[in-house]
Write a protein that binds this ligand. Sequence first.
Ligand SMILES: [Mg+2]
Length: 313
Amino acid sequence: MQNVEDKIRGMVVGAVTGDALGMPLEFHPPRPLNRLVRDMEIGPLPAGTFTDDTEMALALAESLLEHSPLEGGDFAQRLLAWLRNRPADIGIHTSRVLNLIAAGINWQEAAERVQREDPGNAGNGSLMRAWPVAAVHHANLGLLIAESRLQSQITHAHPDCVNACVFLNLVLSDLIHRDSNKPTGAAIRESIAASLTKVSLGSEFELVVNLAPVRQRENLANSGWVRHTLESAFWAVLTTYTFEEALVSVVNLGNDADTAGAVTGAIAGALYGYAAIPEHWKGAIHGEYPLRSGRIWFLQDFINLADEMMELG
Ligand SMILES: [Mg+2]
């Protein structure tokens, strides 16, 4: 019997696993279908290492554990501390916003200012780190929506970014509470449909979500655009039957492979539960956080974090 605890552990460890599995494939073209990557491989970082997606999620998790309700200023300061420790990977948009905050611009204004200079920019930088809000507020949709929005607005103010974070966390919380005796295909479809009634993505974005399962692999761009990340993630979970196959499908799209892996891992982890994540993947995940602190996170640390966040909710 899958319970809430198992699904939250699955979501947390699933997100980190997907980030690490996608790490060596980021910025690469899609892998040929007869040469798919199926295991943790070395890339810019050692095999099994998580990236900025998980680092920012840990900053958000810490902030949520420290302050309830979430304080924007506290989370912004934690992101700033992370920036100052020179992360190996950081999105251009996130970097521009955080550098403005570092220069003394109010955190409430920095993201808006960067957005005004580039109004169409709607990247996946806030979506990649959104899942801790679902871990804490899965049973309180009011707080889940408010804090999903706030955590995005600090760096990513575009409505597509903010709405994508709300939508993803609604889907995750719905999956966490959904009857696990149902076929997984029906469960994820029902979660998506239920969540679309609670947030307005706009007709174009909603179409991207609804058409995701009928898209062809070769037509998925899997870029850093937030719409592309959700498209890839829903395509992956809706066209496969296990956690492992969903993750193998999505990270082998290449391009923004680690972020698509992190988002897909969160969804597939909440759908299939912790036990469905392959042992050899779970055993490989690790990484340093805070950067330059010498503290290395391993599987058990993420399980502990999942339990701590769940108890807070
Ligand atoms: Mg990354």
